[in-house]
Write a protein that binds this ligand. Sequence first.
Ligand code: NAD
Length: 471
Amino acid sequence: MVLTTTGNKGGDEEMGVLGLESVVAEARTTFESGKTRGFDWRQSQLKSLLRLLKEREDDMFKVLKDDLGKHRVEAFRDEVGALVKSTENALLYLKNWMSPERVSLPLVAFPTVAEIVPEPLGVVLVFSSWNFPLGLSLEPLIGAIAAGNAAVLKPSELAPATSEFLSDTIPKYLDYEAIKVIQGGPQVAEQLLDLKWDKIFFTGSPKVGRIVMTAAAKHLTPVTLELGGKCPAIFDSLKSSRDKMVATERIVGGKWGACYGQACIGIDYLLVEEKYAPILLELLKGVLQKFFPNFELMARIVNKHHFQRLCNLLKNESVAASIVHGGSMNPDKLFIEPTILLNPPLDAEIMTEEIFGPFLPIITLKKIEDSVKFLRARPTPLVIYGFTHDEKLKRRIVEETSSGCVVFNDALIQYMCETIPFGGVGQSGFGQYHGKFSFDNFSNRKPVVRRSFLIELSFRYPPWNEKKLQL
Ligand code: NAD
């Protein structure tokens, strides 16, 4: 059974708590039957997901266009293609991931063997956000299925076409008794959070992350929070003009090239030495012109609310005065020009809140080494990007700052590598996924210890005496 909205697609619906409860109860009954635990079920589900991704590719491009205006190449790179790669990877390694892992033991335990046996957690709840509405829904689902769980997915109501697509296709391709899609907004989400889950995997804002964690505490449900934050990029003086150009292209790609700045791992702001700021600004303008000759090809701001939120960031007079490139807007098309700001006030919202849109503040520093102090004074981001050849600066960034990930001399590339765990730390969340890390995220790594009756050591037992301490 899949619950879809009537009239208000993707928004809160009138199904009521009892309807939700019965859907979740069916998933639990299925999990408890043991059906989802076996290799064959997991493999067949992943194969069906792969089939869905391949057979319905054009539909996926269409819904991503409808919801966000994403070009099909961008949609393929960031969502559809990435998901195909992840599913194929999970299929390739499934047997290996499921296999118990032998562990070595200290001599005192001889003769004993032990292994870590991954077991599924049970019925898991996945909440996803709207900016990569397919990727952030299905990527966790791949891990949940591979690990043998039943799952309930609630996609974001702010990407209604994708939400509808998932709700329509998932039950046709996957085991509808075990994998459910429930559409809805905050009201439905809160009703779901009231129920008992064995894991909640949440992608979204820190504000809602707190709501999720509070609700999870009631049932002692483990959570993964994939949150956002302000990902900085440090632009050091680079050796050659070629390196400067490559770095600028990667910065422009990392700022505006993925969902037009509405990406959790997108560059939020740039740090640069005062004396290099004019060069950097010229480079950025040149690359913007080259990459975006036609604004029609770019993803758009998701909706009016977020358009207005972004406009409000520029309302502050000092912020508006710091615009050095762009700044024009078209509310009818939900379009905002790529906009660069030079040294907006550090206490303005644009520098204290995640931007999640096409504004790029450049903050100048006397010396690039000051960037370490700058970052240490702020909440831990999902990623720190550093464009530099300076090995000492690289070491300081790795050792003296904290973030979910550090990437030198590129941006976003880490998302494409399934051997790199993806996740935040502190304000940007906790728990990691992608590749084997997704499998582990949705598993209990259960140690199983097998002891023989052969050797018995009496000093382990009372009555205690000093002699036993000397053995
Ligand atoms: P959001 O927190 O508003 O919504 C996320 C999910 O929570 C949605 O499914 C939504 O329906 C649900 N939700 C909304 N209000 C709720 C409530 N009161 N109670 C329970 N659930 C509720 O976030 P968003 O606007 O969809 O996404 C933007 C945020 O997500 C940004 O902060 C961004 O950085 C972050 N994000 C993080 C990652 C990551 O992988 N770390 C990826 C994408 C987005």
